[in-house]
Design a protein around this ligand. Structure first.
Ligand code: F6R
Length: 364
């Protein structure tokens, strides 16, 4: 069942190229994103003025990545809401809002109730769901199924990647339909999105490097993930994954926020996982890294090979292949998942079934 892997989580991490291929490929027609087969009407994109993403946990983190990408590329406002908060307030949505509901299981109770509230407010609901025929899928106006296959490990990995891919496909179609993206731009975007698949295959070869990092992190009570822009949005998921399965307390910080309080916690040997894949803020990231390094942090830098020329800045470098910064979240996510996986395994924990957690949260 585990296909020769010691845990479902590792198997599912390695299944990501296939999961992404299965999710992306059927939605590409004539090199453009196309949701005809999914029954998603372009009118829904033409009419929207803003987007609200509602979800929990990892699925919500995929929404935050989607927000960063869509706002950067299309200048359309995207609001991301925690479903358990959204459902108990009077949400600022209306018929001009597209509500995107994201859920692997399609059964998370808070997400489902948020969906019902969104419909009562007159918004159209498009859900990104992995489980066919689940309640969230059935109650949505439109469904974009992710094709990750069953995810058994409690910690979500491949479902997260395909949720991000779904957000990217939606963003590209939206940009194209609204005339924000030219046909050429949309095609180039899709080529780059398809390009993440071989890049992830390449990234998985770093597993042994990551293992050595995990052997360091396993000794730490706390760890910090820092980044800027898309790297920051990804670091939220990196911290959650580490906490969830290795029980190392972890926090994600926008690198520029450190000096507003948290840097007080950076002392000798504290692991700081720094993501630096965003060219426009690379220099800023390097100075943030120097700041934590000066306070004794053990810095693990994740960046692209070619960009990595500040050799003295970190204790350990993990490289991801060169690619456009809009798409690095996919390969960097794999590194963060592997960090959490190997840390949990090195601590001898039950990787697939962390304490106190269930795969699907159907009670409040
Ligand atoms: C963390 C994790 C959870 C889920 C969350 C939502 O690894 O898996 O945070 O993402 O419980 O679940 P779904 O996506 O099924 O609605």
């Amino acid at each position: 069942q585990k296909g020769g892997y010691p845990h479902f989580m590792l198997k599912e991490i390695y299944e990501q190229p296939e999961a992404l291929r299965n999710t992306i490929t059927p939605r590409i027609v004539n090199e453009l994103p196309d949701f005809t087969e999914d029954g998603i009407d372009d009118e829904v994109f033409k009419n929207l003025e803003n987007i609200t993403v509602v979800a929990c946990g990892t699925a919500m983190h995929a929404g935050i990545v989607g927000k960063a990408m869509i706002e950067k590329e299309l200048k359309i406002p995207v609001n991301v809401e925690i479903a358990s908060e959204f459902r108990y307030k009077e949400p600022l949505i209306n018929e001009k809002t597209l509500v995107i509901v994201t859920s692997q299981s399609g059964e998370t109770i808070d997400t489902l109730e948020a969906l019902r509230l969104a419909k009562r407010c007159g918004s159209k609901v498009l859900s990104i769901v992995n489980v066919k025929g689940s309640t969230i899928a059935r109650e949505s106006d439109y469904v974009l199924y992710t094709h990750a296959g069953p995810e058994i490990a409690v910690a979500s990995t491949k479902a997260y990647s395909v949720q991000m891919a779904a957000m990217y496909l939606i963003g590209c179609r939206l940009g194209y339909v609204k005339g924000i993206y030219s046909e050429d731009r949309a095609k180039a975007f899709i080529r780059q999105l398809q390009g993440v698949i071989p890049v992830i295959e390449e990234t998985l070869k770093q597993a042994d490097e990551v293992k050595t990092v995990a052997n360091y992190i396993k000794m730490a009570p706390d760890a910090f993930f820092i980044g800027r822009g898309l790297d920051y949005t990804l670091s939220l998921e990196g911290a959650l994954k580490l906490k969830e399965i290795s029980y190392v307390h972890a926090e994600a910080y926008a690198a520029g926020e450190l000096k507003h309080g948290t840097i007080a916690l950076i002392t000798e040997n504290v692991p700081v996982i720094a993501l630096a894949t965003q060219e426009s803020v690379y220099g800023k990231m390097i100075s943030n890294i120097r700041e934590v390094k000066a306070r004794g942090a053990y810095v693990i830098l994740v960046s692209m090979d070619e960009e990595y020329n500040d050799k003295d800045v970190c204790d350990k470098h993990i490289s991801i292949p060169k690619q456009d910064g809009l798409f690095t979240v996919f390969s960097a996510a794999v590194i963060l998942q592997l960090i959490a996986y190997y840390t949990s395994d090195a601590k001898g924990l039950d990787v697939d079934k962390p304490r106190n957690l269930a795969k699907s949260v159907t009670v409040e």
